[in-house]
Design a binder for this molecule. Structure first.
Ligand code: SF4
Ligand code: SF4
Length: 176
């Protein structure tokens, strides 16, 4: 059996279409006024403007190496982070600390420490597993380069980005 759908009864305003068009234009003009007066900002002028001040404390950006307050590298080249890294972005070559320092025969240090930022997925497992609080994900998210080689952060670059962290750092609680 055929079902008859009744046509809706339109008012005169609806038949004219004009009121609806004017109402739509008013909404557009309202938004235009907000943009022109600076109340609504629709475009961020990246990279001159960045989200940095909006990032939460727990934001996971680029992994970096940190030194302690004496400038000594915290990393003891245990290679746990290299082992745990899911995409195998970390490469470490450990070495002995030279015999004329007090840490000789006590700890090792990385001769080479490289993180391939093309592979890194910013998961934070390296930071979580590190027993020496030597590797931290900083808030830096704009890691760029013109070549694959540039995207491999060597030890020097990792310490430049990481800087110095003093004292004991609590990673996963409110004291961080
Ligand atoms: S953040 Fe994750 S993927 Fe990146 S280096 Fe650390 S463990 Fe590897
Ligand atoms: S960064 Fe931490 S986990 Fe990785 S090798 Fe150094 S001490 Fe070990």
């Amino acid at each position: 059996m055929a079902l008859v759908v009744q046509r809706p009864k339109l008012t005169l305003a609806e038949k004219l279409y004009l009121p609806s068009i004017i109402a739509g234009l008013l909404v557009t003009l309202k938004h235009l006024r907000k943009v022109v007066t600076g109340k609504t900002k629709v475009t961020m002028q990246y990279p001159e403007e960045k989200w940095d001040s909006h990032l939460p404390d727990w934001y996971r950006g680029a992994p970096t190496l940190v030194a302690d307050e004496h400038g000594k590298e915290r990393c003891v080249a245990c290679q746990l982070c290299e082992f745990i890294c899911p995409p195998r972005a970390i490469t470490i070559h450990p070495e002995e600390i030279p015999g004329d320092t007090k840490w000789a025969k006590v700890e090792k240090r990385p001769k080479e420490f490289e993180i391939d930022m093309i592979r890194c997925i910013y998961c934070g497992l390296c930071e979580e597993v590190c027993p020496e609080q030597a590797i931290f994900l900083q808030k830096d998210y704009s890691i760029t380069g013109y070549s694959r080689a540039e995207m491999k952060h060597d030890k020097k670059k990792l310490y430049e980005l990481g800087g110095i962290k003093t004292g004991l750092v609590y990673k996963w609680n409110e004291k961080k």
